[in-house]
Design a binder for this molecule. Structure first.
Ligand code: FJE
Ligand code: FE
Length: 312
């Protein structure tokens, strides 16, 4: 008997919500608050995604000098702006609506703090996603891709507004290059509007709701209702997501849809270090403590933000 082709069997099927979590607030960094979905106890790793935080920081709080190795951090600002400084001398603001895609690779030490020159801004809010790197990319040179809000690809059709952070929508492409194949779309659906969004069949994908209320899944049979701070895992076995704005209060529905190709390699995490084996983690701790193999410039470095606050 012929073996059915799994990929064609998955064609034209909807992805359904297989798990829904509410992201509660927790404290992280220095006086910062995060709503963590991926990376918390119940969901240690959703290959290739390590952490998803919706973060809030105000003046004199944030994420002072800390290292990363072996993955990428994607910071998308929703309100306010943060200042970023690293030990290689790279420095800048990530402003409202803007994006920083940082490949930490072999190692970076940096600080992420609210912008002090934006005195009117007393509150910053954003999303930070950690994407794992495959073994062949873990020790690449650190690099940044930064896009200001006005330069983020946007499209609008039938009451649906999309900001294309990574990947493409209806032929509108993001200029971000992803080492781990990733799609990242920010959707705003006006009341009554809907989407049917293709997702590569074998990719892991999730939704995180920012505002409003929506239905996700299959209109006729099985769907899930979600509102702000809900995190939805989309099951495999389908090639697209259907979602619609079910609000009866006339509010827009805003959510991100993120998908990534699983790396399918062993993953060992120790805080901000993510490698394939325990030996590599031990080596990384050694490198960080001795300022070697990528951490050389951290030896005499301290961020201006931390110096100004007199923190360490
Ligand atoms: C980190 C704890 C942390 N989520 N969202 C431990 F909080 C962090 C960290 C962040 C972070 C930074 C921003 Cl700007 C936004 C975040 C966690 O910096 F790296 C470790 N190891
Ligand atoms: Fe960081």
């Amino acid at each position: 008997m012929p073996i059915p082709d799994k990929s064609s069997a998955d064609n034209n099927k909807k992805r359904l919500v297989v798990k829904k979590l509410f992201a509660r607030q927790q404290h992280e960094g220095f006086g910062a608050v995060v709503r963590r979905s991926i990376g918390r106890f119940e969901l240690r790793y959703f290959d290739p995604f390590l952490v998803l935080d919706e973060f809030s920081i105000s003046a004199h709080s944030g994420f002072p000098d800390h290292p990363h190795r072996g993955f990428e951090t994607v910071t998308y600002m929703l309100e306010g702006e943060i200042l970023h400084e690293d030990c290689e001398g790279h420095k800048g603001a990530i402003k409202e609506g803007g994006l920083q895609w940082m490949t930490a690779g072999k190692g970076i030490v940096h600080s992420e703090m609210p912008s002090s020159n934006a005195s009117s801004i007393t509150h910053c809010k954003g999303l930070q996603l950690w994407i794992n790197l495959s073994s062949k990319h873990k020790l690449v040179e650190p690099s940044y891709q930064e896009i200001e809000s006005k330069d983020i690809a946007e499209a609008e059709k039938d009451g649906v507004r999309v900001r294309v952070i990574a990947g493409e929508w209806n032929g509108v492409k993001s200029k971000i290059c992803t080492r781990t194949p990733t799609m990242y779309l920010d959707f705003i659906l006006s009341p009554g509007s809907r989407i049917s969004q293709p997702i590569p069949i074998h990719w892991n994908a999730f939704v995180y709701v920012l505002q409003g209320q929506g239905h996700f899944g299959d209109a006729r049979s099985h769907h899930s209702t979600a509102a702000a701070h809900h995190f939805l895992i989309l099951g495999l076995g389908g090639d697209r997501l259907e979602a619609w704005n079910s609000s009866d209060s006339g509010l827009p529905l805003r959510f991100i849809l993120v998908g990534g190709e699983p790396i399918n390699e062993p993953m060992v995490q120790f805080g901000p270090f993510v490698m394939n084996t325990q030996e590599e983690i031990d080596q990384t701790i050694d490198d960080f403590e001795n300022f070697t193999n990528g951490f050389e410039k951290a030896r005499h470095w301290r961020s201006q933000a931390v110096s100004a606050l007199g923190l360490f």
